[in-house]
Design a protein around this ligand. Structure first.
Ligand code: OSB
Ligand code: MG
Length: 370
C-alpha cells in the first residue's frame, strides 16, 4: 500500500450530556479524524482520543499532537509503501511517548489493511464473537437523587456494569446510595487519580460497597503507590492512566498494583500494543476491559474490535453511540441491546465516515501529500 494523501479532519462535536470527572467537566469533544488514501483508492480511518484543550487525562492534547501527527505522516507515511500496519508502526516506534498521536496513524493503517483484505479487524487481531459485553461510565452528578435516577435508567437499558466517577467528597455517599437500591449490581468507581496514599482510610471505607474494582485511585503515572494501596484494601485495584504499554501492564501486575486492567487503544499506541497487553492478560490471568474516551463511531468501532480479544472478560465502556452524539460521524449505528454491542461486520473497522456530518462540524482540515 502507498498512501498518496492523508487528511486530518478536525471536528468539534457537542456531547449530549455534561460529563464531570475528578479532573474536569466536558461538554464537547474536539476530534481529529485521520483519513489515509492509498494509490488504489482505498481508505483507512482513525480517531484521535487526546484531550481537546489541555492535557488533563494524560499528557497529550489536540493542539500539541496535531503538528507531530502531521510531521510523522510527512516523514514516515505519505509516499512510502508498506505492506502491514506493523511495518508502518515500526517506522515511528523509536520516537518517545505520544501514544495517542502514534495510534491515530497505526489504527488507520489497520483499517486500510483490513479493507484491502476484506477482513474485519477482529479477525486480523485473532478476536472472537459477534458481540462484546458493555457497561457504562456515568459522570459525577449534582445530587444523590440524580445519581440514583441515572443509574436506574442505565440499569434498565441492560448495561452489564455501572461505573460511577468519584472524587474526594463525592465517593462513599453516592456509592452507598446506589448499592442500597441495587444490591446485586456489578458496580465500579473511577477516581481518575484524585486520591493519594494519605486517603487510605477513606479508600478502605469504600470496601463496604462491594465494588467489582476501583479504577485509578492514585497518581496518573504511578505504579508503586497503587501496589501499596492494593495491599491495604479489599476492593481490587484497576489501572487505567498508568498502563501505557505491555511492559507497564506486566510490571503493574507483578508488583500487585493492578488486579484488573483498563485498556484504551489510544493510551497504549494502537492495536499491536493492545494485542501484546492481551497476551499479558492471558499469561497472568488478569482480566482486561476496554475503556472509552467518549469516542465517535470511528474510535468506538476500534474499541469493539479490540474487546473481542480473549483477555477482555469484563464489560467495557463501550455504550451506545447515540448516548453521546445527536449526529455521529459514521453512517453505521453503534447501539447496544441488553448490554451487548454487535461487532461491525464489514472489513477493517466496519464503519464509514458520514461525510456530510464531518463537513458540518469540521473546524479545520490538514492535508498531507508527497
Ligand atoms: O477515565 O475512563 C476514564 C472519559 C474520558 C477520559 C477518561 C475516562 C473517560 C470515561 C468515559 O470514563 C468512558 C466513555 O464512556 O467513553
Ligand atoms: Mg478511567
Amino acid at each position: 500500500m502507498t498512501i498518496t494523501r492523508a487528511e486530518i479532519h478536525l471536528v468539534g462535536l457537542p456531547l449530549r450530556f455534561r460529563f464531570e470527572t475528578s479532573f474536569g467537566v466536558q461538554t464537547d469533544r474536539l476530534v481529529p479524524l485521520l483519513v489515509l488514501h492509498d494509490a488504489d483508492g482505498a481508505t483507512g480511518i482513525a480517531e484521535g482520543v487526546m484531550d481537546g484543550d489541555w492535557p488533563l487525562y494524560r499528557e497529550e492534547f489536540v493542539a500539541g499532537a496535531l503538528p507531530l501527527v502531521t510531521r510523522m505522516l510527512e516523514a514516515f507515511v505519505v509516499g512510502r509503501p508498506f505492506t502491514t500496519p506493523h511495518e508502518l508502526r515500526s517506522r515511528f516506534a523509536h520516537l518517545r511517548g505520544n501514544p495517542m498521536a502514534k495510534a491515530m496513524i497505526e489504527m488507520a493503517g489497520w483499517d486500510l489493511w483490513g479493507r484491502r483484505l476484506g477482513t474485519p479487524i477482529r479477525d486480523l487481531l485473532g478476536g472472537t464473537g459477534d458481540t462484546v459485553a458493555t457497561g457504562v461510565s456515568l459522570g459525577i452528578q449534582p445530587s444523590i437523587d440524580a445519581t440514583l435516577e441515572i443509574v436506574g435508567r442505565h440499569v434498565d437499558l441492560g448495561y452489564r456494569r455501572i461505573k460511577l466517577k468519584i472524587k474526594p467528597g463525592w465517593d462513599l455517599d453516592p456509592l452507598r446510595a446506589v448499592r442500597a437500591q441495587h444490591p446485586t449490581l456489578t458496580m465500579t468507581a473511577d477516581a481518575n487519580s484524585a486520591y493519594t496514599l494519605a486517603d487510605i482510610g477513606q479508600l478502605r471505607a469504600i470496601d463496604e460497597v462491594g465494588l467489582d474494582y476501583i479504577e485509578q485511585p492514585l497518581a496518573w503515572d504511578d505504579l508503586h503507590d497503587h501496589a501499596e494501596l492494593a495491599a491495604a484494601i479489599r476492593t481490587p485495584v484497576c489501572l487505567d492512566e498508568s498502563i501505557v504499554d505491555a511492559r507497564s501492564a506486566r510490571q503493574a501486575i507483578t508488583i500487585g498494583a493492578a488486579r484488573v486492567v483498563n485498556l484504551k487503544l489510544g493510551r497504549v499506541g494502537g492495536f499491536a500494543e493492545a494485542a501484546a497487553i492481551d497476551a499479558v492478560g492471558r499469561a497472568s490471568g488478569v482480566p482486561l476491559w476496554c475503556g472509552g474516551m467518549l469516542e465517535t463511531g470511528v474510535g468506538r468501532a476500534a474499541n469493539i474490535h479490540v474487546a473481542t480479544l480473549a483477555s477482555f472478560t469484563k464489560p467495557g465502556d463501550i455504550s451506545s453511540a447515540s448516548r453521546y452524539w445527536e449526529h455521529d460521524v459514521v453512517e453505521e449505528a453503534l447501539e447496544t441491546t441488553d448490554g451487548l454491542m454487535p461487532v461491525p461486520p464489514g472489513p477493517g473497522l466496519g464503519v464509514t465516515l458520514a461525510h456530510d456530518v464531518v463537513a458540518r462540524f469540521r473546524r479545520d482540515l490538514i492535508t498531507v501529500t508527497p
